[in-house]
Design a binder for this molecule. Structure first.
Ligand code: AMP
Length: 209
């Protein structure tokens, strides 16, 4: 099964996609995670992407689409995948439809105040890509998964968060209507604990299999 996780930054797409990968074997394809890896490597794609990511802007469509197209050609995605953070523009959605068969779109929803709380308290591991809320950490500087250093992402600073939410409303939210019209979109309210939210999402996946 091939799934798209839609929803604003900070709603929990990455966390839920990573649990789905672990428990259901759906391969998590996180465009943000892929870009941050390029950033760390300092390669050409990383250099192009850095300024956009730091400013909370979207990386140009052409760059992202080629990156996802290439990733979906890899063997491990053939048994099903979950797209986390892609598509984010109408053009990306149109292009995706040309090279992928998507079975289900899950739109994760949460009120903006809760999102801002989540993002501003978020700490990220640049090594394993895990993200954790400060309130859940005994040691705010060390990744509980891999032991590397945790940092606050530049794009999780308050002024950038506000901008990312604006960008989401302008460029990504119109996808909800697009997929609703196509008839394969389900909304999941993610206002519970991680496990509760995952169970809600799992129910939707099972009902649509
Ligand atoms: P995320 O980790 O999904 O919040 O992504 C972090 C940043 O990577 C975003 O704020 C964008 O700058 C960039 N990015 C990730 N996915 C996309 C995409 N599908 N289109 C454009 N930019 C993206």
């Amino acid at each position: 099964m091939n799934v798209i996780l839609l929803g604003p930054p900070g709603v929990g797409k990455g966390t839920l996609a990573s649990i789905a990968q672990e428990r259901l074997g759906l391969v998590q394809i996180s465009t943000g995670g892929m870009l941050r890896r390029h950033l760390r490597l300092g390669d050409e794609l990383g250099i192009i992407a850095k300024a956009y990511i730091d400013d909370g802007e979207l990386v140009p469509d052409s760059v992202i689409i080629d990156m996802v197209k290439e990733r979906l050609r890899e063997e491990d995605t053939q048994g099903g995948y979950i797209l986390d953070g892609f598509p984010r523009t109408l053009y990306q959605a149109e292009e995706l439809a040309k090279f992928a068969d998507i079975d289900l779109i899950i739109d994760l929803e949460l009120e903006h105040e809760a999102i801002i709380r989540r993002l501003s308290g978020r700490r990220a591991c640049l090594s394993c890509n895990g993200t954790f809320h400060m309130s859940m950490l005994q040691d705010e500087t060390t990744c509980p998964t891999c032991g590397h250093r945790l940092e606050q992402r530049k794009d999780d600073l308050p002024e950038t968060i506000a901008h990312r939410l604006e960008v989401y409303e302008e460029q990504t939210a119109p996808l909800i209507e697009l997929y609703r019209k196509k008839g394969n979109l389900v909304v999941v309210e993610v206002d519970g604990t991680v496990e509760e939210n995952y169970q809600k999402m799992l129910k939707v996946i099972e009902e649509n299999q």
